[in-house]
Design a protein around this ligand. Structure first.
Ligand code: HEM
Length: 145
Protein backbone atom coordinates (compact mmCIF):
# COMPACT_ATOMS: atom_id res chain seq x y z
CA UNK A 1 0.00 0.00 0.00
CA UNK A 2 2.79 2.36 1.02
CA UNK A 3 4.67 1.56 -2.20
CA UNK A 4 1.60 2.40 -4.34
CA UNK A 5 1.16 5.69 -2.46
CA UNK A 6 4.83 6.56 -2.98
CA UNK A 7 4.64 5.74 -6.72
CA UNK A 8 1.54 7.91 -7.13
CA UNK A 9 3.30 10.74 -5.30
CA UNK A 10 6.33 10.48 -7.58
CA UNK A 11 4.16 10.47 -10.73
CA UNK A 12 2.26 13.57 -9.50
CA UNK A 13 5.55 15.35 -8.69
CA UNK A 14 6.90 14.44 -12.14
CA UNK A 15 3.81 15.79 -13.87
CA UNK A 16 3.98 19.00 -11.84
CA UNK A 17 7.65 19.47 -12.68
CA UNK A 18 7.18 18.93 -16.42
CA UNK A 19 4.24 21.36 -16.30
CA UNK A 20 6.44 24.02 -14.69
CA UNK A 21 9.15 23.39 -17.26
CA UNK A 22 6.83 24.07 -20.20
CA UNK A 23 5.45 27.12 -18.38
CA UNK A 24 8.93 28.63 -18.10
CA UNK A 25 10.19 27.51 -21.52
CA UNK A 26 12.40 29.98 -23.35
CA UNK A 27 10.73 31.62 -26.38
CA UNK A 28 11.31 29.64 -29.60
CA UNK A 29 14.30 31.20 -31.36
CA UNK A 30 15.05 28.20 -33.60
CA UNK A 31 14.12 30.08 -36.79
CA UNK A 32 16.35 33.01 -35.78
CA UNK A 33 19.24 30.56 -35.29
CA UNK A 34 18.56 28.85 -38.65
CA UNK A 35 18.74 32.24 -40.36
CA UNK A 36 22.21 32.76 -38.89
CA UNK A 37 21.21 35.19 -36.13
CA UNK A 38 21.28 38.95 -36.76
CA UNK A 39 24.46 38.81 -38.88
CA UNK A 40 22.94 36.13 -41.13
CA UNK A 41 19.71 38.10 -41.48
CA UNK A 42 21.67 41.29 -42.29
CA UNK A 43 23.39 39.35 -45.08
CA UNK A 44 20.08 38.06 -46.44
CA UNK A 45 18.70 41.63 -46.50
CA UNK A 46 21.82 42.77 -48.36
CA UNK A 47 21.25 40.02 -50.98
CA UNK A 48 17.63 41.16 -51.18
CA UNK A 49 18.64 44.75 -51.87
CA UNK A 50 20.71 43.71 -54.89
CA UNK A 51 17.81 41.62 -56.21
CA UNK A 52 15.35 44.52 -55.75
CA UNK A 53 17.60 46.86 -57.75
CA UNK A 54 17.65 44.35 -60.64
CA UNK A 55 13.92 43.59 -60.57
CA UNK A 56 11.94 45.79 -62.96
CA UNK A 57 8.64 44.78 -61.34
CA UNK A 58 9.54 46.73 -58.19
CA UNK A 59 12.75 48.76 -58.50
CA UNK A 60 10.96 52.00 -59.49
CA UNK A 61 9.25 52.11 -56.07
CA UNK A 62 12.56 51.91 -54.23
CA UNK A 63 14.32 54.70 -56.13
CA UNK A 64 15.65 57.41 -53.80
CA UNK A 65 15.10 55.52 -50.54
CA UNK A 66 17.55 55.59 -47.64
CA UNK A 67 19.30 52.24 -48.21
CA UNK A 68 21.09 52.15 -44.83
CA UNK A 69 17.87 52.82 -42.92
CA UNK A 70 15.94 50.24 -44.98
CA UNK A 71 18.65 47.65 -44.38
CA UNK A 72 18.72 48.25 -40.61
CA UNK A 73 14.96 48.31 -40.17
CA UNK A 74 14.15 45.29 -42.32
CA UNK A 75 16.95 43.34 -40.60
CA UNK A 76 15.49 44.19 -37.17
CA UNK A 77 11.98 43.33 -38.34
CA UNK A 78 13.00 39.90 -39.67
CA UNK A 79 15.12 39.30 -36.58
CA UNK A 80 12.17 40.04 -34.29
CA UNK A 81 9.68 38.04 -36.39
CA UNK A 82 11.98 35.01 -36.36
CA UNK A 83 12.16 35.01 -32.55
CA UNK A 84 15.45 36.88 -32.19
CA UNK A 85 16.39 39.44 -29.54
CA UNK A 86 15.77 42.52 -31.73
CA UNK A 87 13.13 45.20 -31.60
CA UNK A 88 11.78 46.69 -34.83
CA UNK A 89 11.85 50.48 -34.51
CA UNK A 90 11.01 51.46 -38.10
CA UNK A 91 7.81 53.02 -39.39
CA UNK A 92 4.43 51.38 -39.12
CA UNK A 93 3.82 49.01 -42.07
CA UNK A 94 0.38 50.23 -43.22
CA UNK A 95 1.24 53.92 -43.07
CA UNK A 96 4.65 53.44 -44.72
CA UNK A 97 3.36 51.48 -47.73
CA UNK A 98 0.02 53.33 -48.05
CA UNK A 99 0.79 55.67 -50.92
CA UNK A 100 2.76 53.10 -52.94
CA UNK A 101 -0.22 51.35 -54.52
CA UNK A 102 1.53 47.99 -54.22
CA UNK A 103 -0.01 45.26 -56.42
CA UNK A 104 -0.18 41.52 -55.74
CA UNK A 105 2.45 40.98 -58.45
CA UNK A 106 4.76 43.40 -56.62
CA UNK A 107 4.14 41.84 -53.22
CA UNK A 108 4.86 38.40 -54.67
CA UNK A 109 7.97 39.74 -56.42
CA UNK A 110 9.38 40.92 -53.11
CA UNK A 111 8.65 37.58 -51.42
CA UNK A 112 10.21 35.75 -54.39
CA UNK A 113 13.35 37.89 -54.06
CA UNK A 114 13.50 37.23 -50.33
CA UNK A 115 13.40 33.49 -51.02
CA UNK A 116 16.22 33.87 -53.58
CA UNK A 117 18.18 35.95 -51.04
CA UNK A 118 17.84 33.14 -48.47
CA UNK A 119 18.72 30.49 -51.03
CA UNK A 120 21.95 32.34 -51.84
CA UNK A 121 22.92 31.91 -48.16
CA UNK A 122 21.85 28.24 -48.08
CA UNK A 123 19.00 28.73 -45.62
CA UNK A 124 17.10 25.40 -45.48
CA UNK A 125 13.76 25.42 -47.36
CA UNK A 126 11.76 24.66 -44.21
CA UNK A 127 13.26 27.73 -42.50
CA UNK A 128 12.52 29.86 -45.60
CA UNK A 129 8.88 28.78 -45.42
CA UNK A 130 8.70 29.53 -41.71
CA UNK A 131 9.92 33.10 -42.28
CA UNK A 132 7.48 33.69 -45.15
CA UNK A 133 4.68 32.42 -42.88
CA UNK A 134 5.61 35.10 -40.33
CA UNK A 135 5.41 37.78 -43.03
CA UNK A 136 2.01 36.82 -44.44
CA UNK A 137 -0.02 38.56 -41.69
CA UNK A 138 1.56 41.84 -42.91
CA UNK A 139 0.06 41.36 -46.39
CA UNK A 140 -3.19 43.36 -45.87
CA UNK A 141 -1.25 46.32 -44.40
CA UNK A 142 1.36 46.36 -47.18
CA UNK A 143 -1.25 45.93 -49.94
CA UNK A 144 -3.39 48.51 -48.11
CA UNK A 145 -6.53 46.34 -48.22
C1 HEM B 1 6.70 41.10 -47.09
C2 HEM B 1 6.63 42.26 -47.63
C3 HEM B 1 7.28 43.53 -47.12
C4 HEM B 1 7.85 43.81 -45.91
C5 HEM B 1 8.01 42.90 -44.71
C6 HEM B 1 8.32 45.18 -45.97
C7 HEM B 1 8.98 45.81 -44.93
C8 HEM B 1 9.54 47.06 -45.04
C9 HEM B 1 10.35 47.68 -44.02
C10 HEM B 1 10.71 47.07 -42.67
C11 HEM B 1 10.75 48.88 -44.48
C12 HEM B 1 11.66 49.90 -43.75
C13 HEM B 1 10.82 50.76 -42.82
C14 HEM B 1 11.53 51.98 -42.29
O1 HEM B 1 12.65 52.26 -42.71
O2 HEM B 1 10.96 52.66 -41.42
C15 HEM B 1 10.19 49.03 -45.79
C16 HEM B 1 10.38 50.13 -46.59
C17 HEM B 1 9.97 50.21 -47.89
N1 HEM B 1 9.18 49.32 -48.55
FE1 HEM B 1 8.47 47.57 -47.84
N2 HEM B 1 8.01 45.71 -47.19
C18 HEM B 1 7.37 44.73 -47.92
C19 HEM B 1 6.91 44.83 -49.20
C20 HEM B 1 7.14 45.90 -50.02
C21 HEM B 1 6.78 45.94 -51.43
C22 HEM B 1 6.10 44.80 -52.19
C23 HEM B 1 7.17 47.16 -51.89
C24 HEM B 1 7.08 47.75 -53.27
C25 HEM B 1 7.07 47.07 -54.37
C26 HEM B 1 7.79 47.88 -50.78
C27 HEM B 1 8.32 49.12 -50.86
C28 HEM B 1 9.02 49.74 -49.85
C29 HEM B 1 9.75 51.00 -50.02
C30 HEM B 1 9.85 51.82 -51.32
C31 HEM B 1 10.34 51.29 -48.79
C32 HEM B 1 11.25 52.50 -48.46
C33 HEM B 1 10.40 53.69 -48.11
C34 HEM B 1 11.22 54.89 -47.69
O3 HEM B 1 12.31 54.73 -47.13
O4 HEM B 1 10.73 55.98 -47.90
N3 HEM B 1 7.73 47.08 -49.66
N4 HEM B 1 9.45 47.92 -46.11
Amino acid sequence: MRKTYFAALMITAGLLLSGCQSLYNEPDNSLYLQLGERAGIANIVENLLYLIVDDERINEQFKGMDVVQFHRNLTDQLCELSGGPCEYSGREMRELHAAMGITDTQFNALVENLILAMEKDHVPTAAQNRLIKQLLPLYPDIRHL
